[in-house]
Design a protein around this ligand. Structure first.
Ligand code: SF4
Ligand code: SF4
Length: 273
């Protein structure tokens, strides 16, 4: 064994640090969940919503197709004839009772596909929990969108920006038949508050944001995109600088929220004295 080999073997334990050193400059993949949520997948299936038309009428016509197709048998619908003077939906009937049991739902979205009027779609929010069986059954009053056309944000649910805006985005990707030639062509009715929702791109693989109107969605969900689809300014050294800036802003926000929390705790302690 030569001198060089002796030195190498003496300091070989430094080799163990190279992996650690490499990761020091890489972007962090862990997050402070639940304070900080990872952006949801573009086609995430979360808590359902019952949509309304732009004039405020409910889209559900009480046909029970969603209940019939549900493999987990967790939807209960009762239709009723619309009152002639005060119709709830544009159809002959409307969904008088609508319940989803979230102890059973497997978020397969077959109900969404079966619905003939796009009444039921899913948001991306799945952070909700219950302490008893009854709370796990969402009623129509909780599922139907509010007057802005957005899902109701119930006290026990943890909504973050972007989780409510693309409800049913995945099913709006193409024509109902799933033909990729129809990508970007709107094939559905307008929603209360949201109007015609943008279609989701990427079905045909060309990822043309301008044609498919999914730029905003892609910006939010970039961390999930294929490397080839990530803009050049977010790759390599430029990408590292961009991410470092983002991290710096995130740390500033975390520090500010920690300071607020400490101030709150101090104020509560003072008030208790
Ligand atoms: S997502 Fe699937 S399991 Fe859940 S209510 Fe719809 S059809 Fe049933
Ligand atoms: S949500 Fe759709 S499928 Fe279900 S009852 Fe209403 S209209 Fe029919």
């Amino acid at each position: 064994m030569g001198l060089l080999d002796d030195i190498k073997s003496e300091f070989s334990f430094f080799g163990g640090f190279t992996l650690t050193a490499k990761h020091l400059t890489r972007p962090r993949v862990t997050r402070r969940y639940p304070e900080e949520k990872k952006p949801k997948q573009p086609r995430q299936h979360g808590r359902h919503v019952l949509n309304r038309y732009e004039d405020g009428m409910e889209k559900c016509i009480g046909c029970e197709l969603c209940a019939g197709v549900c493999p987990a048998d967790c939807i209960y619908v009762r239709g009723l004839d619309n009152p002639p003077d005060h119709p709830v939906s544009p159809g002959e009937r409307y969904g008088y009772v609508y319940e989803i049991n979230y102890l059973r739902c497997i978020h397969c979205d077959m109900c969404v596909e079966a619905c003939p009027t796009e009444a039921i779609t899913e948001s991306k929010m799945f952070e909700f929990s219950f302490t008893n069986r009854a709370d796990a059954i969402y009623t129509k009053a909780e599922l139907v969108v509010d007057d802005d056309g957005m899902p109701q944000k119930l006290p026990w649910e943890d909504w973050r920006p972007g989780e409510e805006t693309m409800t049913g985005g995945w099913m709006r990707a193409t024509a109902p038949a799933g033909n990729a030639d129809f990508e970007g062509e709107v094939q559905w009715s307008a929603d209360l508050g949201a109007g015609i929702r943008a279609s989701e791109g990427g079905q045909s693989g060309h990822g043309d944001d301008a044609a498919t109107g999914t730029k905003a969605l892609r910006d939010v969900l970039e961390s999930h995109l294929l490397t080839a689809e990530i803009p050049a300014e977010h790759k390599g050294m430029r990408g590292r600088i961009w991410r470092a800036k983002l991290n710096q802003e995130r740390h500033k926000r975390q520090l500010a929220s920690m300071k607020d929390r400490v101030a709150e705790m101090r104020a509560a302690k003072k008030a208790a004295k």
